[in-house]
Design a protein around this ligand. Structure first.
Ligand code: TYD
Ligand code: MG
Length: 459
């Protein structure tokens, strides 16, 4: 039996249990329950006090909206790659969670965001529970932000932070990180679900009440030992992921949730000795080395959010040395790869059963558009048949299970971007728009594309 008042909280999903057990019944995680004492369910929000006024409903139309609540003001920081992912700047009174692996560059990014906003006259504070003020200063110095009017604090006590914030009128507050905060109202240790949830709740309320934009840093740990920011995701207005492949300098900011903007926008940065550099034209970056294209290398004309992005798909198809052939994929969905391989096998007569297949998206970008199907298929076929594609050819199109190649959205934007970067033709679904920026080789079935690649008939 549980001791009086003891609750066992899953550190993975935040579910509270009355008894300890080896597996959380809510999310099925093993060994994730930790005792956190307290009589109320941990992190439970206080019940709302009745206001005495009867609740009332409002109209949906913008006319009604205008008279009641004007659209919230935005604070454009001037760091365009960041502002775009926000949906045009930080919304006053909103809370954002910035999640990412340790060392990916979250602190660096947010220091730059705060400095950029401060340079435009916004009152910004950067509160770190991870580093001493001196450390932050020397980092800022190295990044050329030594003279920025950002206010710094090294603080982990939630109560002190809240008191401090109440005194100063601020536009932007960065909390680095939510796992280091500690509230004396709860007994659980810093980083536990109880503490993380309580701290986030308080900070989100403060943001709403005072119209401050708050950015919370959340570490993601593979082991899930520390309370993951999962519980926080539901409490904030936006969740941004900051991603980067080990060994590549590129960092991608992606919105996983955004109440004030689209979730398919990306911001692209490059880590340098002096902080993160904005990459305004990512296509050039992801194209890999120029020169002759080897068999298996295909340029995909993709779209990420509002921007067309060209990126290189590399495939290697090789005889398998073992009974079970290997399938390895980096930067694309492995389920999607399995589907494309099955379609190539069933509809185009290309067998991969005794061959290893490796597929890689260059530059560390992760592609999730269905439009990449044809590019991935072309890369696989090109490698399998040892038939390089013409150097000036881009590829895009969705592949269906029946082996059809389907047209995809934003065709003109894709073609225009490819033409701008010196490409002369595109392998895509039939039905090119009139006056296309470059020559479109239209195919309606994947088998046509395979035949053309095999015969070198892509002109
Ligand atoms: P950091 O922002 O501390 O990562 P996080 O807050 O996500 O844990 O940055 C981590 C890495 O970035 C660190 O290994 C060093 C590198 N870095 C640079 O390469 N150049 C720079 O100017 C800075 C500030 C950091
Ligand atoms: Mg950090």
């Amino acid at each position: 039996m549980a001791r009086d008042g003891a609750v066992y909280v899953c550190q993975s999903c935040g579910a509270a249990h009355a008894r300890w057990s080896g597996q959380c019944t809510a999310c099925n995680a093993w060994n994730s329950l930790v005792e956190e004492s307290g009589s109320a369910p941990p992190g439970a929000l206080q019940p709302a006090k009745p206001s005495g006024r009867p609740g009332r409903t409002r109209g949906l139309s913008f006319e009604d909206l205008k008279t009641e609540t004007p659209s919230p003001p935005r604070l454009a920081t001037g760091l365009d790659e960041f502002d775009r992912v926000c949906g045009g700047g930080l919304v006053a009174g909103s809370a954002i969670l910035l999640a990412g692996d340790p060392g990916v560059g979250k602190s660096t990014l947010l220091l730059q965001v705060a400095a950029a906003a401060a340079a435009r006259g916004a009152a910004c504070a950067y509160i770190s529970g991870e580093e001493a003020i001196e450390q932050i200063r020397s980092r800022a110095q190295r990044m050329g932000l030594g003279e920025s009017p950002v206010k710094l604090a090294a603080e982990t006590s939630l109560r002190d932070i809240l008191e401090g914030l109440k005194r100063e009128p601020l536009d932007l507050v960065v909390i680095d990180s939510i796992q280091t905060l500690w509230s004396d109202a709860h007994e659980a240790g810093p980083g536990s679900v109880t503490q993380v949830r309580a701290a986030t709740g308080e900070l989100v309320r403060l943001a709403k009440r005072r119209g401050v934009a708050i950015v919370l840093v959340g570490h993601v740990t593979k082991e899930g030992q520390i309370a993951g920011p999962r519980v926080v995701e539901h409490m904030v207005d936006a969740v941004f992921a900051f991603e980067g492949e080990r060994g590549y300098p590129f960092r991608i900011l992606r919105a996983a949730k955004n109440r004030f903007g689209a979730t398919d926008e990306i911001g692209v940065f490059e880590m340098s000795d002096a902080g993160l550099r904005e990459v305004r034209n990512p296509s050039a970056l992801f194209l890999g080395e120029g020169g002759e294209r080897a068999a298996g290398s295909v340029v995909f004309a993709g779209v990420e959010g509002s921007r067309p992005v060209l990126v290189e798909f590399q495939a290697l198809v090789a005889p398998s040395a073992y009974g079970t052939p290997r399938r390895a994929v980096v930067g694309w969905d492995s389920g999607r790869l399995a589907m494309v391989l099955a379609v190539l096998e069933a509809r185009c007569g290309l067998g991969f059963g005794d061959r290893d297949v490796y597929l890689n998206v260059a530059g560390g970008l992760r592609i999730s558009e269905p439009a990449a199907d044809l590019a991935a298929a072309a890369a696989l076929v090109s490698s399998a048949l040892d038939a390089p594609l013409p150097q000036d050819c881009v590829v895009f199109g969705e592949v269906s299970l029946s082996g059809e190649v389907r047209p995809v959205g934003r065709m003109e934007a894709r073609l225009k971007e490819a033409a701008k970067l010196g490409f002369g033709r595109a392998l895509a679904a039939s039905g090119a728009p009139e006056g296309a920026a470059l020559k479109v080789i239209g195919v309606s079935r994947l088998a046509d594309a395979v035949a053309r690649i095999g015969e070198g008939a892509l002109s």
